[in-house]
Design a protein around this ligand. Structure first.
Ligand code: SF4
Length: 80
C-alpha cells in the first residue's frame, strides 16, 4: 500500500496531522503537508487511511501495489 501526498493540492487544513501525527506533519513556512515517516508500521494503516478520507482537498491518495504488504508514504512535489 502506497500513500501519496500531493503538496500542490494541499490547502494546509491540518486534518491529516490531527488524524495521524506519526506520519503527517506540516511545513513551518506555509502549513503544507509533510511526510514524517515514509515507512510507517502497518498498525498505522487505519489512521493513515482515515487521514486520506478526511483530507478536504483530496491531496492524499492511496495506491495498491501488487504483492506488497507494507505501507509507504511519499510526498509528491511535482506540481509545485
Ligand atoms: S488534510 Fe489534506 S489539505 Fe489538510 S494538511 Fe493534510 S494534505 Fe493538506
Amino acid at each position: 500500500m502506497r500513500v501519496i501526498a500531493s503538496t500542490h493540492k494541499c490547502i494546509a487544513s491540518g486534518s491529516c496531522v490531527m488524524t495521524c501525527a506519526q506520519v503527517f506533519g506540516q511545513r513551518d513556512e506555509d502549513g503544507v503537508v509533510q511526510v514524517l515517516d515514509e515507512h510507517p508500521s502497518l498498525n498505522l494503516l487505519k489512521s493513515v487511511k482515515q487521514a486520506v478520507d478526511l483530507c478536504p482537498s483530496l491531496a492524499l491518495s492511496l495506491e495498491d501495489e501488487q504483492d506488497v504488504d507494507h505501507l509507504t508514504v511519499v510526498e509528491d512535489r511535482s506540481g509545485e
